[in-house]
Design a protein around this ligand. Structure first.
Ligand code: AHM
Ligand code: MG
Length: 355
């Protein structure tokens, strides 16, 4: 139902030395076409479309949003609270952990750990997935996440993010590694939170992609855009071009072609921030194989797969090598894949050079 806020007319007295007591009449009129909608209400409405839904999924997303608010708060105050810098340990993938990687991981673990329907949690920061409860004990879902993607950028204050993927737990598979190794097409939901100039929550379920922004004054994520669609084309590519000489020849040829054809380049080095811009304004994001990372750098289960799910649900395309990212069947929790995703026409163009 549309809400029309009545016109409010204020009369203010402005004191000015040259023209004392000038009266300014300010008229503000807000014509909202929709009520304010919180993330919580949005999910509850979605759930109501499924008469047999138990509410478990709503609890999980609300736990993620609670963790996101806590992480957003820590990221904003990181320098003041002394949490910038390395933690002093490396994760299972040999990467230096930042203090905030550990804090963010802890926040998500603590928020999701108490949710009765979560069977398995798998994080970029943990060697192995954590089994919380079996299928027979009510464990219906696996939640996979990168708690703080792009964290090596934290000391410069650029946008970083949390990425998550929700999969069904197969109660017949006792081992957690195998349970979570599902192709992206099986995701129940996926999303990311961007801690940038504002805190943005992008969620995709079976009914499209929705974008929420955190209103820090009321502590709620509010719906900004429902059914988000990625533009079909935009002459922008996002890639770490410094590695171009070690990309497979097809990518090098594409970049040479793009240079000649009016393309612009944007690269932050935080996947969430880079893909978010592509989602809103169009273009193509790539992390190709390199000599250093022949399989690509980005991890399938909690980076490539959820981001591909969002991009595809918004009408874009995502490939890992020759196959759609969502069709890839991972063999290991921390498996890496090449990433190519974005606007339909731009991804198609890159693929012409890769054949
Ligand atoms: P992280 O999860 O350890 O932060 O690494 C992933 C990040 C992505 O956000 C980003 O796309 C990529 O690493 C940047 O890598 P590079 O610095 O090689 O361009
Ligand atoms: Mg990451």
């Amino acid at each position: 139902m549309a809400v029309l806020w009545s016109a409010s007319v204020k009369t203010l007295a402005r004191h000015d030395s040259r023209t004392p007591d000038v009266e300014i009449r300010m008229t503000t009129r807000h014509d909202f076409s929709e009520n304010l909608m919180s993330l919580q209400s949005h999910i509850l409405l979605e759930e109501a479309k499924h008469p047999r839904a138990s509410g478990d999924f709503t609890w999980i997303v609300s736990a993620i949003s609670l963790a996101a608010k806590s992480i957003a708060n820590q990221v904003r105050r990181a320098r003041l609270s002394g949490s910038i810098g390395q933690f002093g340990e490396t994760n299972v993938q040999g990467e230096e952990q930042q203090k905030l990687d550990v804090i963010a991981n802890e926040a998500i673990m603590r928020c999701l750990g108490t949710r009765a329907s979560v069977a398995v949690l798998a994080s970029e920061e943990d060697d192995e997935p954590t089994i919380l409860r079996k299928g027979s004990e009510g464990g219906k879902y696996c939640v996979l996440f990168d708690p703080l993607d792009g964290s090596s950028n934290l000391d410069t204050g650029v946008g970083v993010g949390t990425i998550f993927s929700i999969l069904r737990n197969d109660p017949n598979i006792p081992d957690a590694q195998t349970t979570v190794c599902q192709p992206g097409s099986k995701q129940v939901a996926a999303g990311y939170i961007l801690y940038g100039s504002s805190t943005i929550f992008v969620l995709t379920t079976d009914s499209g992609v929705a974008l929420f922004e955190l209103d820090p004054y009321i502590g709620s994520f509010l719906l900004v855009k429902d059914n988000l669609r990625i533009p079909t084309a935009n002459k922008v590519y996002s890639v770490n071009e410094a590695y171009a000489s070690s990309f497979p020849q097809g990518y090098q040829n594409y970049l040479a072609w793009a240079h000649q054809n009016g393309y612009s380049s944007r690269y932050i080095g935080s996947m969430v921030a880079d893909v978010h811009r592509i989602l809103l304004t169009g273009g193509v994001f790539m992390y190709p194989p390199t000599k250093k990372n022949p399989e690509g750098k980005l991890r399938y289960l909690y980076e490539a797969s959820p981001m591909a799910f969002i991009i595809e649900r918004a009408g874009g395309l995502a490939y890992s090598g020759a196959i759609p990212t969502l069709e890839h069947l991972p063999q290991r929790v921390h498996e890496r894949v090449p990433v190519l995703m974005g606007s339909r026409d731009e991804v198609t163009k890159v693929r012409e050079f890769l054949r």
